[in-house]
Design a protein. Structure first.
Length: 351
């Protein structure tokens, strides 16, 4: 089965060998406070920062998932209130998690085809962190670098970005925000079970002023550990090892992002030309990494089941678009050959 599911998604085929290498290297049985582990963690962070072009003064921590990052931000970077700007299910869910921990947090929602006006977002003095979703996996929209640049110019508050389905696929404008995070089962082409958190010096200063040290995953506690190339709890050693190996393997993000953008443009053209209705009409807000197609419920069910028979797994719709759309992951681990197969399939059923 070829999978275009946008997470968990196709893993790089090399992962099979890397898993064997991990086993044979002995890393899976070493103590996570040992030199061997610490060197492996340092090497992984170094190659990740290099390949993803992360500024040298930003720090990288590994946690268990993007969802855990939602929790860490609410616990450790927001003392009272954050502002969530969202247009889809993941952004909304993040707000709901924040509100459980910091009930004064609130949200600003915008429409699918809209680029929100920064002056209208309702950023108030009491908001400590502005939370945005770079790539809304549920509906195939993305925030542009221009938007993030304007937001950075507009406010000196901490900006946190959920980049779960774009990090390692798109070139992220790192300096426009203070916290970026992702899970590895999307554009990293890796098995689930690890989150990546990238933080600016300002985020660290904010964490110091909030001074939360109440939880096993409190920001400052994590940072203390990562500064020694250790982790607060026994980590997903295999997952961290695999990040390192895949980051060694992949091209620099500047090159990957160009390729992913080109593939996305080809997808959007192909789908429009063959009678498929794109979920996102405004070209300026379309995602490069998650492509959403809409149709009536019956047609969606039919396309998905025919695809399955052809050995192709399409992504289901998500949230309010569950039954009225399907999604196509445009992640780096997916090959041109696989894309051609899906295009042939879609071409044939549309004829
Ligand atoms: C997948 C996804 C998440 C959740 O990731 P987990 O690994 O399940 O925590 C959060 N935000 C976005 C935008 C996602 O695509």
């Amino acid at each position: 089965m070829i999978t275009f599911y946008p997470g968990p998604s196709k893993v790089y085929p090399q992962v099979e060998q890397y898993m064997q290498d991990a086993y044979h290297s002995g890393i899976l049985s070493v103590n996570h406070r040992s030199d061997v582990f610490m060197q492996m963690l340092k090497g992984t962070i170094d190659v990740l920062k290099l390949k993803l072009d992360i500024p040298s003064d930003y720090e990288v921590y590994f946690v268990s998932s993007a969802t855990e990052c939602w929790e860490i931000i609410a616990q450790s970077l927001i003392a009272r209130s954050g502002l969530h700007i969202y247009n889809g299910a993941f952004g909304e869910k993040w707000m709901e998690y924040s509100q459980k921990i910091r009930p004064e947090s609130n949200g600003f929602s915008f429409n699918l085809n809209e680029i929100p006006e920064i002056e209208q977002l309702g950023i108030h003095a009491e908001h400590e962190v502005i939370c945005v979703t770079h790539n809304e996996t549920s509906n195939g929209t993305a925030l542009s670098t221009e938007f993030l640049t304007d937001l950075r110019r507009y406010t000196a508050k901490i900006i946190a970005v959920d980049a779960t389905s774009s990090m390692a696929g798109s070139a992220l404008p790192w300096t426009t925000a203070d916290v970026w995070f992702a899970s590895v089962q999307k554009c990293f082409g890796l098995p689930a079970g690890l989150g990546v958190m990238v933080v600016s010096p300002d985020a660290i200063r904010k964490a110091e002023s909030v001074a939360d040290k109440s939880f096993y995953n409190s920001f400052l506690f994590m940072r203390d550990n990562f500064q020694k190339f250790q982790t607060p709890y026994t980590p997903n050693v295999l997952g961290i090892y695999l990040v390192g190996r895949v980051m060694e393997q992949v091209l620099p993000i500047s090159e990957i992002a160009v390729d992913i953008r080109k593939r996305a443009e080809e997808w959007y053209t192909f789908l429009s030309e063959n009678g498929f209705e794109l979920a996102v009409q405004n070209e300026e807000v379309r995602s490069d990494t998650v492509i959403a197609v809409q149709a009536d419920r019956e047609k969606i069910t039919q396309i998905k089941s025919m695809a399955k028979l052809a050995g192709i797994q399409l992504g289901n719709g998500y949230g309010q678009w569950k039954d009225s759309s399907f999604r196509i992951a445009n992640f780096p681990a997916i090959t041109e050959t696989e894309i051609s197969l899906l295009k042939n399939f879609l071409f044939n059923i549309s004829a």
